[in-house]
Design a protein around this ligand. Structure first.
Ligand code: DP6
Length: 426
């Protein structure tokens, strides 16, 4: 460390979130976060849903510190500590000639880190914020510390922060292989296809509630492992076959099989939650209404148009087979779940707003002009959905070179004062 005055080195990364189409539910090893079955996810476009993390190092820092969405949080939990330890042991020499800084491998043990992270969507609203968060933490630190591991090896570190985080290290469709080694080194994520492979898919998320969820995934799955016989059957008999079928469906862009497997797997996961003692209810009446709307539509068309899936919360993630179907889906959803009178359409439909325009719903009176589809009839439920997000399959983590994205001040390494609201999903 040759520099005289305190320097700050930092990197900023952006990482996507992901939604499982074959669910991870249940661990065989709680501390290493090793699952009882393989899972498959689709990565969501980080232009719409992402975590941005800035990681910094400086001899002026006296301890490791982290800020999440502008508020300082503790790093003392074992999940953070495991990720930090695993990354530190793999750190390599780093040289920044511009700043006259040379950090040797052995120096990383003594140096402290500042980390600031920001989700552009509500934390813990059932939109896998911990997945994007831990993936971004591990990815940003690996770049700062010049870690040489490949993305799959990094995924095994992110997995120790939150299981589903390992799948956010890649874009497109991703499989988390459960592995069978005791130390978890073979429990890694691999990319099945990149985001361009099946790029006519459109994803619409109904954010049904932004409140903190009641039973966390971590404790919910622990209770299911302890009490649900259905989960045992699922992990042993159902998922191994389903994963093979899903891989085939993705490879062949076979929407019919994809939709059938995605919906069946979501429904089985929620059946496992009901089979848990005491039972866990993640979906609510709004979630059920969305399921029946899609089921009726798919049945009346004779072939699936839309797949749905729900994680540990009431939010619906709907995957439409193409843009035309997505436009119709958005129209149906807006008729069924219109915004409150004081909510304008631009803050009700977020993300890729071009779908809203194409659906002819750009203006404030758009919804009233729509004719209710047969599935909807009298079922209009104003205010049940907080907002919709239109998105698509997206890319994996990237470094953001433009310093204006940095969440820490380049001179002090403390959170910078630019308003986080500016970065919120719009
Ligand atoms: C329902 O990854 O949040 O979203 O490993 O305990 O942190 P921990 O759990 P987490 O569980 C996600 C469960 C799920 C399904 C999935 O993403 O596969």
């Amino acid at each position: 460390m040759a520099a005289e005055k305190p320097w700050v080195l930092m990197v900023t990364a952006q990482t996507p979130t992901n939604i499982a189409v074959i669910k991870y539910w249940g661990k065989r090893d709680e501390s290493r976060i090793l699952p009882i079955n393989d899972s498959i996810s689709v990565t969501l476009d980080p232009d719409h849903l992402c975590t941005v993390t800035t990681a910094a190092v400086s001899p002026a820092f006296d301890r490791d510190r982290m800020w999440l969405n502008g508020k300082e949080i503790s790093l003392s939990g074992s999940r953070f500590q495991n990720c930090l330890r695993e990354i530190r042991t793999r750190a390599c020499d780093v040289e920044d000639k511009g700043k006259c800084v040379k950090i040797e491998k052995k120096d990383w043990e003594k140096l402290h880190l500042h980390i600031a992270s920001y989700n552009n969507f509500p934390t813990a609203a059932g939109l896998a914020s911990s997945a994007a968060g831990f993936a971004c933490l591990v990815f940003a630190l690996s770049k700062l510390m010049n870690v040489n591991e490949d993305q799959s090896q990094l995924s095994a570190i992110a997995r120790q922060g939150s299981g589903s985080a390992c799948r956010s290290l890649f874009g497109g469709f991703v499989k988390w292989t459960m592995g069978n080694k005791e130390d978890g080194t073979d429990s890694v994520a691999v990319q099945l296809t990149d985001e361009k492979h099946w790029n006519d898919l459109v994803i619409i998320i109904a954010v049904v509630s932004s409140r903190q969820k009641e039973t966390s995934s971590t404790s919910g799955m622990r209770e299911s492992v302890e009490t649900s016989l259905l989960l045992r059957h699922r992990a042993r008999e159902v998922v191994p076959q389903r994963v093979l079928q899903m891989e085939e469906a993705i490879k062949n862009r076979d929407f019919e099989s994809f939709a059938q497997l995605t919906c069946a797997d979501s429904n089985q996961f929620h059946a496992v939650c009901l089979d848990t003692s005491p039972p866990i209810f993640y979906m609510n009446d709004t979630s059920h209404r969305i399921i029946s709307l899609i089921e009726k539509w798919n049945r009346s068309d004779g072939t699936p148009q839309v797949a749905y899936t729900f994680d540990a919360g009431p939010n619906a993630v709907m995957i439409a087979r193409n843009r035309n179907v997505a436009i119709q889906l958005l129209q149906k959803l807006l008729v069924c779940f219109p915004p409150n009178p004081d909510t304008d359409m631009n803050s009700y439909v977020l993300g890729d707003k071009s779908i809203l325009q194409e659906a002819g719903l750009g203006g404030a009176n758009g919804v009233e002009a729509l004719h209710p589809p047969p599935e909807v009839k009298e079922n209009v439920h104003k205010g049940e959905v907080n907002y919709f997000i239109c998105t698509r399959p997206g890319r994996g983590p990237v470094l953001l070179q433009d310093q204006t994205h940095a969440l820490l001040d380049s001179a002090t390494g403390l959170p910078n004062l630019s308003s986080p609201e500016k970065r919120t999903l719009a």
